[in-house]
Design a protein around this ligand. Sequence first.
Ligand code: ADP
Ligand code: MG
Length: 293
Amino acid sequence: AVPLVVAISTTLGARNGLLVRDRRGLEEARKLDAVVFDKTGTLTLGEHRVIDTVAVANVDADDTLRLAAAVERDSEHPIARALLASAKERELTVPGAQDFQAIAGHGVQATVDGRELKVGGPALLRKFDVQPDEALREAADRFGESGQAAIYLVEGEQALAVFAVADAIREESYEAVKRLHDNGIEVAMLTGDSEAVANAVAKELGIDTVFAQVLPEQKAEKIKELQAQGKRVAMVGDGVNDAPALVTADIGIAIGAGTDVAVEAGDVVLVRSDPRDVPRIVALSRASYRKMV
Ligand code: ADP
Ligand code: MG
């Protein structure tokens, strides 16, 4: 016969978009002190997007994104994909472009609505001797400090706008962090990325503890450091690199859309890949096991 707790946790899990691989994971969740999230692909989409746009005075920011996306229509570059995806997500109509040409290592150019436009990074500005105005310069500096790429839209010799292109935070991550905090649980983030990028994401989400520039083989060590402070720790991750940390943690929670290696290392798998399902696991565990065992 299937033990009662197994049956309960399997049913509860299935109803809540969770694949429970080890029921102890679900049971232990009610006693958690800290949740450690991997950054890329877990708290963020793992895909680049335009996360901020600053245009010169009297020019509409969405209009500059629409034009930049048009210039990038035929480019395969990841920056081009970011601009096009963001324009689409903002439901902007991207016009057609003529005379498209890549400017290797600098950007792209094309004619849109009869306007001769270029899109590219700082090297493009230098190449064509374009001086952005103060508002754009300040924005670009700010983007750089957060580890975001500054990409410009240029018409003739004038920079019309600067876009911050970076890995975008999942909308659901904000609520996930907040709900864990509401339950008195510390939230940490673990990433191989730079301090600048890590701190910008952590600040945006209100994360308590940041471990940046962590090499893949050190991820499990950071979990052990928290456990050595007497904390019961859950790790949430999606990558091959996260597997040892998932196994080391008191509860390993894998993102369903992540790699097979991570999924197999998890006690619980988030079938919907939604970080809000982490606080949901805690709530479920508290409601289900309080009176049992
Ligand atoms: P990488 O993208 O690896 O840095 P590239 O030679 O492809 O190297 O591009 C160098 C820089 O030129 C990019 O960082 C970016 O600033 C700019 N760039 C290149 N292609 C594009 C593009 N399609 N759209 C916007 N900027 C581009
Ligand atoms: Mg990842």
